[in-house]
Design a protein around this ligand. Structure first.
Ligand code: SF4
Length: 212
């Protein structure tokens, strides 16, 4: 089986297993996802979803958040960790949206990458989830699982994993596939414990199945 064939089969299995898998960050506007992905670095999505409620209660739109000082933002986002740098990035980012993009999030990958605190993972997430464009989100679950499954071979660097996956994942499948990897990585192919290969929907395909 080629890696492309393996990828297609795993995509189909995960679709059946997690038919409704979507982004685990709550948002109802593109700029809010931009804020949440910055806060989610080294923090759980569940905690981010709680903290942003307070943030948006006080600063309900891009202009309001752009007007806030980094210190005021830090007061609220501190529970997510790395409060100072996250607040600084969010403040700078909202000011750029306000001043250069009319308060909108640009639907261009390279423009997203230029925003403070936005890396390839976040830019891909926004391209896929907000704009419905092809996207490969190489977070920690994705990198662990695609290595275990044998879709890539010993590649850990996020950008290299992303580039390797672009070659074997149909572009229109990438965003949903990566969301499903998050669900599978949390529930079955876990990081901290021995993965639960005995109840894994791709165990007969997986390179690692049962191997320590
Ligand atoms: S068989 Fe095991 S290692 Fe492979 S994807 Fe499933 S849980 Fe992960």
């Amino acid at each position: 089986m080629t890696k492309e064939e393996l990828a297609l089969e795993i995509i189909e299995r995960l679709k059946r297993e997690y038919p409704d898998a979507g982004c685990t960050l709550d948002y109802d506007d593109a700029w809010k996802l931009l804020v949440s992905v910055r806060l989610a670095a080294q923090c759980t999505d569940a905690r981010v979803n709680v903290v942003v409620e307070d943030l948006y209660a006080k600063y309900p739109d891009v202009n309001a958040l752009a007007e806030a000082s980094p210190e005021e933002i830090e007061e609220i986002v501190r529970p997510c960790g790395l409060g100072k740098s996250k607040a600084r990035d969010i403040s700078a980012c909202m000011r750029i949206l306000r001043d250069e993009y009319g308060g909108k999030v640009p639907d261009d990958f390279n423009a997203l990458l230029k925003l403070p605190g936005v890396g390839r993972k976040s830019a891909n997430l926004i391209m896929g989830d907000v704009f419905g464009k092809p996207a490969i989100v190489t977070d920690t679950h994705c990198i662990r699982l695609v290595n275990r499954m044998g879709l890539v071979d010993g590649i850990k660097e996020p950008k290299k994993v992303e580039m390797a996956l672009w070659k074997i994942i149909p572009p229109e499948e990438g965003s949903d596939f990566c969301h499903r990897l998050v669900y599978h990585g949390r529930d079955v192919c876990t990081a901290r414990t021995k993965p639960y290969c005995d109840r894994c929907c791709v165990r007969d395909l997986c390179a690692k199945n049962g191997v320590e």
